[in-house]
Design a binder for this molecule. Structure first.
Ligand code: NAG
Ligand code: NAG
Ligand code: NAG
Length: 928
């Protein structure tokens, strides 16, 4: 220990003198940060004796949250056999028995196999498992290359194995940087406690969810995040609805890589100033996937190639949406719709939360208060509107036999989760929203009493089983055909959430170390066990191949298992692709659904956090996201809600949603000024939907991000590495919202490019700088990047009508007078239009005053064709005298235009030509 400390001090002195810094108090953090102190006692209540009993080193530290008990240098495993082949490396490792066992209740697994596979030139996998006894492995199918990359020269990386302690080092060949380095103390592999740490190549690391983060780039000062799917509104250090053990890291060379730990047990991740991170999980195996980028966008493309590319949502789902929990009746929804129409605020989707159901039971309709809802749905749909209804997984169990088919048929088909047969053949009953029949609910009683007296027993379907997916699909189809139409589905409470802990009576059968494991990650209410607000961990689920697994291992997959059957049922029922929104997610959920950021609060801080949340879900491969605009809990306040409407107009999933018993917060609830600001900003959203939709296509086809952190476009500029108060739509639209009360100016970064003010079309004239932007209450700052062409359409009251308008182009020229862009267009709601090439893809280029279109894919049905409308060109400096349209086989046509010399804007109106854009065209402007 002493030698180690001296060595570190020497390093420190060398580092300090090399950097020209003087040793002093401020650098103490740095000193400790450079050391390799990995926490040997993350649980509460450590002391010297307990620490040393683990063979670790006790040394109090003045640095907040720094570990006082840390692993000795060689703690971990040692290698005993290394076999290298063209496609990977296999290593046998053994526990270094110089050190005692870590946790007596969690059996050490002393001999392990490590399998490293060179998946492709840009990706690799390392799997650490028990070769003697099969352990649980995550049953999520990944899309892996069929053959590994055996040609060394084609790989961006090299792998080195270190002994004592055993560790894997991944080196990026181009920079010789070690970007993964687990040759650090503390590696542990026992039955219910697995731990691995790695050094990070820089202080810039993003992702790991789902928890609320105050900034997009992580604070590395010893912050630990517990991860476990829970019905838990986001809050400081609280684990919420989903699990995403994925992060993106930047390197000193300004390259980026991504790492997934494919494990579905409860876990935690600690960020350390070394810089380093530690994973601790309580089951399964250690199965890592790394993608090499080298750009941040390429990281997401490669990651989604493995976990599956995001679904293409229906075009209408990009429209604005309104919801609240607690509409009193269908008349309230009808009134809201009429008020929105009168205020001319564009909107596409209306929801109903659980109030439309009879006693909150799936697949029922409240025939008293919502008896007019099916007819309202029909009439609104006839006007181009869409409906989305909520469904929870839990099915009520106390209805009279024969009166509730969802439960009766579920019993017949044996779809509900039960105990392991050796313990009981009963269902693991929970309680959620459904009420008992024939009772009068008294909302004035406290929550626990209400749950006890009024909430019915519920059963949780096991969605892994094929029979469950079929049963679920039948319920959805019957409801659509016999009760009410819908266009999308919203699945909630699928962590799964329960109002009793574990089961009714709160006594979980069987192995209690599953409910209260020997190591408990720091979770919300972890002192109450893993089953707090969910089902018992010893409940048994059955995978599609018949394997029996414990809820303990698959809890975090419940939402994912619920999502695909819901999406499949939506498609087969409606014959359209629609959209599914889910609360609980896991890697690959994006293949079937979008995600709203949960039950957030109506508070100013949530505006910024929603940007962080969206950026994280962008890299998790779920681009269709957004927070509840104006917040879910608590009353909203005028200015906050107005600023949130402006920000939310740029959420891919743009929905204003509110909880029960709160004052209204929809855009027509606040008077005419508020309605006007909402209308204006939503008109901008609707105008740009062809661009947003094209980005959604690029996410679906290539894995690009939609809400894009600035660092994805400007990674060589370190200023962008920390920016999370601004975001981009794709490469070209910069959004700088006002996020604080009372502001009239917002400070924003203008990255190094030519940018135009969206509202005026004028070039802003600065670049690579932070600037103060005016943000009066009516205005959100939007900038368009020179060099890009954005497709647009005039906004209408909903997308059914806006889609009929001619296609406009917004051409923002770069310094050299060039620009490019593209348009994806299909029927907006067909199934598999991309796979079946039933779409139009057009690319546009401008150079030297000539706009040219090229059509790589022309599979659009005639009915869905678009004509060319208004083309706006920004940054045209010389005066224009003539504009012509050329189409092969037709005489050139002169086009009417206007030129504004002050703004340098050329507006060309091609409407009169009725030119349909699947035919390539050229527009030329002659400059005087
Ligand atoms: C509700 O159903 C459960 C499961 O069948 C049963 O055990 C319980 O007694 C029922 N409760 C009532 C009030 O009917
Ligand atoms: C929406 O706009 C279209 C086209 O302008 C119009 O025909 C239709 O009546 C409007 N619908 C509603 C519900 O306002
Ligand atoms: C406003 C907002 O959405 N805040 C948080 C809501 O919850 C998600 C997680 O579910 C966070 O990521 C958001 O930051």
């Amino acid at each position: 220990m002493a030698v180690w400390t001296v060595y570190l001090s020497l390093c420190l002195l060398i580092a300090l003198s090399a950097s020209g810094l003087e040793p002093g108090k401020d650098y103490k953090v740095n000193w400790e940060a450079k050391s390799l102190h990995f926490d040997c006692y993350p649980e509460a209540g450590s002391d010297q004796a307990k620490c040393e009993a683990r063979g670790c080193i006790w040394e109090p530290s003045g640095i907040p949250n720094a570990p006082w008990c840390y692993y000795a240098e060689t703690h971990g495993y040692v290698t005993s056999n290394i076999v290298e082949t063209a496609s990977g490396i296999t290593v046998d490792i053994e526990r270094n028995t110089d050190f005692p066992s870590q946790r007596s209740q969690s059996r050490d697994i002393s001999k392990l196999r490590v399998e490293i596979t060179f998946l492709s030139g840009k990706s690799l996998r390392w799997k650490i498992f028990d070769p003697a006894n099969a352990r649980f492995e995550v049953p999520v199918p990944l899309e892996l290359p069929s053959t590994p990359e055996t040609e060394e020269n084609n790989r961006l990386y090299r792998v080195q194995i270190q002994n004592k302690p055993f560790g894997i080092q991944v080196i990026r060949k181009s920079s010789e940087e070690i970007i993964w380095d687990s040759a650090v103390p503390g590696f542990t592999f026992s039955d219910q406690f697995l731990q691995i740490s790695t050094r990070l190549p820089s202080n810039y690391v993003y992702g790991v969810g789902e928890t609320e983060h105050p900034s997009y780039n992580h604070d590395l000062n010893f912050h630990t995040y517990g991860l476990f799917a829970k019905d838990q509104p986001p809050g400081y250090k609280l684990n919420s609805y989903g699990l995403h053990p994925f992060h993106m890291g930047l390197e000193k060379s300004k390259n980026a890589h991504g790492v997934l730990l494919l494990n579905s047990n409860a876990m935690d991740v600690t960020f350390l100033p070394t810089p380093a991170l530690t994973y601790r999980t309580i089951g399964g195996i250690l199965d890592f996937y790394m993608v090499m980028g080298p750009t941040p966008e390429a990281v997401v493309q490669q990651y989604t190639e493995i976990i599956g590319r995001p679904v293409l949502p229906a075009y209408w789902s990009l429209g604005f949406q309104l919801c609240r929990y607690g509409y009193a009746n269908d008349a309230e929804i009808a009134d809201l719709y009429n008020d929105m129409k009168a205020a001319k605020i564009p909107y596409d989707v209306q929801y109903s939360d659980i109030e439309y159901m009879e006693r909150q039971m799936d697949f029922t309709l409240d025939k008293e208060n919502f008896k007019g809802l099916p007819a309202l749905v029909d009439s609104m749909r006839a006007e181009g509107m869409r409906f989305i209804f909520i469904l929870d997984p839990a099915i009520a169990a106390n209805e009279t036999k024969g009166s509730y088919p969802a439960f009766d048929t579920g019993i017949e088909k044996d779809v509900f989760i039960k105990w392991p047969p050796k313990l009981s053949d009963d269902i693991v009953w929970g309680k959620v929203w459904p009420d008992y029949p024939d009772i009068t609910v008294d909302n004035s009683l406290d929550w626990d009493t209400q749950v006890k007296l009024f909430r019915a027993f519920v059963a949780f379907p096991d969605f892994f089983k094929k029979s469950t997916a079929e049963w679920w699909g039948e319920q959805i189809k019957d409801y659509y055909n016999n009760v009410m139409k819908f266009d999308g589905l919203w699945i909630d409470m699928n962590e799964p959430a329960s109002f009793v802990h574990g089961t009714v009576g709160e006594k979980c059968l069987g192995d209690q170390t599953l409910e209260n494991p020997p190591y408990m990650p720091p979770l919300e209410s972890s002192h109450r066990g893993l089953n707090h607000k969910t089902m018992c961990m010893n409940s048994e689920q059955i995978l599609e191949d018949g394997t029996r697994v414990k809820h303990y291992d698959v809890h975090n997959l419940y939402g994912l298992s619920h999502t695909k059957p819901t999406y499949d049922a939506l498609l087969s029922t409606t014959g359209k692709r629609g959209v599914v929104i889910t609360r609980s997610t896991y890697p690959s959920s994006g293949r079937w659904a979008g995600h709203w950021l949960g039950d957030n609060y109506s508070r100013w801080d949530q505006l910024l956090k929603s940007i962080v949340g969206m950026m994280e879900f962008s890299i998790f491969g779920i681009p269709y996201t957004g927070a509840d605009i104006c917040g879910f809990f608590n009353p909203a306040e005028y200015e906050m809600c107005l600023r949130w409407m402006q920000l939310g107009a740029f959420y891919p999933f743009s929905r204003n949603h509110n909880t029960i018993n709160m004052p209204r917060q929809d855009p027509v609830a606040w008077g005419s000024e508020f309605a006007a600001v909402s209308r204006d900003v939503l008109n901008i959203r609707y105008t740009l939907l062809p661009y947003l939709n094209t980005l959604m296509y690029e996410a679906h086809a290539h894995g690009n991000t939609v809400v894009r952190p600035l660092l994805h476009e400007f990674v060589t500029d370190e200023n962008t590495w920390k920016i999370d108060r601004q975001f981009l739509w794709g490469p070209a639209l910069l959004i700088t919202p006002a996020l604080d009360p009372g502001v009239t100016v917002v400070r924003g970064y203008v990255p190094n490019a030519r940018w135009y003010d969206y509202h005026t079309g004028e070039a802003v004239g600065v670049r690579g700088q932070f600037v103060d932007m005016e943000t009066p209450l009516w205005k959100i700052n939007l900038h368009v990047r020179g060099g890009h062409i954005l497709p647009w359409q005039k906004a209408e009251n909903n997308t059914h009508y806006s889609r009929l308008n001619p296609l406009g182009l917004l051409v923002a020229l770069d310094d050299g007078g060039s620009a490019h862009g593209s348009l994806f267009w299909d029927d907006g709601e067909g199934i598999d239009t991309v796979q079946n090439k039933r779409f139009l893809l057009t690319t546009f280029t401008v150079s030297s005053g000539v706009l040219t279109s090229v059509v790589p894919t022309d599979g659009l049905a005639e009915a869905d064709r678009l004509t060319l409308g208004l083309v706006k060109v920004w940054g045209v400096s010389p005066r224009v005298t003539r504009v012509t349209l050329s189409v092969t086989g037709q005489p050139d046509a002169d086009l009417p235009f206007t030129y504004n010399a002050e703004v340098q804007e050329l507006q060309i109106d091609a409407t009169s030509q009725s030119h349909t854009i699947e035919k390539p065209f050229t527009i030329s402007w002659n400059e005087a």
